[in-house]
Design a protein around this ligand. Sequence first.
Ligand SMILES: Nc1ncnc2c1ncn2[C@@H]1O[C@H](COP(=O)(O)OP(=O)(O)OP(=O)(O)O)[C@@H](O)[C@H]1O
Length: 252
Amino acid sequence: MKKVIIGDRIVKSVGEGSDKRNILDGVNVEIKEGEFVAVMGPSGSGKSTLMLALSGADRIDGGKVVFNGRDLSSVGENELADIRRTKIGFVFQQPTMLRNLNILDNIILPSIRDNRKNVAKITEKARALMKRTGIAELEKRDITQVSGGQLQRAGLCRALMNSPAIIFGDEPTGALNSKSAQEIMELLGEINTDGTAVMLVTHDAKVAARADRIMFMRDGTIVSDLKLPRYDGTNMNGRMEKVSVKMREVGI
Ligand SMILES: Nc1ncnc2c1ncn2[C@@H]1O[C@H](COP(=O)(O)OP(=O)(O)OP(=O)(O)O)[C@@H](O)[C@H]1O
């Protein structure tokens, strides 16, 4: 299967002189088209840093990241920003949205910035996504007038506006109650089934258990990899048990 992202001996360092240290220390990663990958590891092990490196949001200090066949280190700032805007979706624990815009306008804003001519088409797509994620009736609401789960759905709509090849999520369910978290995971699962690769950073075994593969990090390296059968809606308890056993094994 085609690879969406290849990370080859990625090094990211911080600090200067004798304080310099590698927070990513030669990480190798491959994410295939349509794959669902989770990243787990203790706090400070480098999960978010890895996500930022793979998504081209952060420059790396060694190795390379290849996205859809393009080596990101050879890509200029403008093209890199373009790839991030049009090929990659992000969802974070708390979606950053503008307070003076309603939900619909927040969803369409990044796409309109790129393409002012097609506002009608962009709005149509946003409405279709809002319908799909169950927030169609909230388009005129202010971002302070919706629940955390509804706001996260809006964040998901915004991430999907450009039909990205991959969605990166950093604890996307971390601030939600368990029902909303489950609903967001179901939506991410559907999006993945439709062919979008998903990479989630999470501390939650239940979230990770939905993945095809879990990478376990420690001190800036991947120390273990757990493959699970493709999720078909069954045996969640068995999957979670496998994740928990592995977490204990790698000391999380
Ligand atoms: N800009 C920076 N300058 C210095 N140190 C940094 C910087 N960014 C991250 N770090 C350090 O790099 C390490 C990895 O951070 P990172 O946020 O990737 O960890 P994480 O596994 O995502 O943690 P958490 O689970 O707590 O979110 C940590 O020790 C962190 O303090």
